[in-house]
Design a protein around this ligand. Structure first.
Ligand SMILES: C[S@@+](CC[C@H](N)C(=O)[O-])C[C@H]1O[C@@H](n2cnc3c(N)ncnc32)[C@H](O)[C@@H]1O
Length: 217
């Protein structure tokens, strides 16, 4: 189905990612370079997870970001990953094969984790599947301990973002508005990140930001 409208139904999203489009994320990741570019974000000097002991990959998909979390996190860090799609989780499991990571089917808007359960979270290209970002951001803020960090990646309201949103039946975000909503949810916009200097120059690659958990006044 190719439609210009985002589709927020959980059943649709599950079926979509369980099926061929989900299987193709491995290929599209290679073609777009996102597989390799992920490694530029999660590493010392960028989103640094050294010292973090409880790390969450929210909407992990095929494990693209978990792979780099495993590579750079401390050997005794526990990595938890979840996704709405059981098939995507299986793809992640088959790819990662590590006893240091656990996988669960869960919904970003109703997380089965305790308050302050994590000191670092990665949430890549998931928020755009929600009709209202607050539904996901409040949950991410809740499960992050105070001072904990979040790497958030989301589709932007640019020309390339609009094309991606058509393919993946998701919405886009305005950077300024998203920043404000993050603040309302107790997530301080710490620093914007880009895949490369060229991405920064051309304003390509979407919204990539490191946020820190703060108290909402
Ligand atoms: C574009 S993929 C990104 C996957 C991975 N984070 C990455 O960057 O490679 C979006 C993923 O979000 C998942 N997803 C969408 N809505 C979700 C929700 N409400 N809760 C959990 N996962 C969700 C989909 O099943 C899919 O695996």
């Amino acid at each position: 189905m190719l439609s210009s409208e985002p589709t927020f139904s959980r059943r649709f999203i599950q079926d979509h990612y369980n099926g061929l489009p989900g299987a193709l994320t491995a290929v599209t990741g290679l073609v777009t370079g996102h597989e390799a570019l992920a490694g530029r974000l999660i590493r010392p000097g960028a989103f640094d997870v050294r010292g973090c002991k409880r790390i969450l990959d929210a909407g992990c998909g095929n494990g693209r970001y978990s792979r780099f979390l495993l590579r750079h996190a401390d050997a005794d860090a526990l990595i938890t990953s979840f996704d709405l799609s059981p098939h995507m989780l299986r793809r992640a499991q088959a790819r990662l094969r590590s006893p240091r990571i656990s996988h669960a089917v869960a919904d970003l808007t109703r997380l089965p984790y305790a308050d302050a359960a994590f000191d670092a979270v990665v949430c890549g290209w998931v928020l755009e599947h929600l009709p209202d970002p607050r539904l996901g951001l409040r949950e991410l803020a809740r499960v992050l301990q105070r001072g904990g960090k979040l790497l958030l990646l989301s589709t932007e309201d640019t020309l390339t973002g609009a094309m991606c949103s058509r393919l993946w039946h998701c919405r886009t975000y305005n950077r300024t508005e998203l920043r404000q909503v993050c603040g309302e949810c107790g997530l301080r916009w710490e620093r914007e990140m880009w895949f490369s200097a060229l991405h920064r120059l051309l304003k390509l690659g979407g919204i990539i930001v490191e946020l820190h958990r703060v108290e909402v006044l």
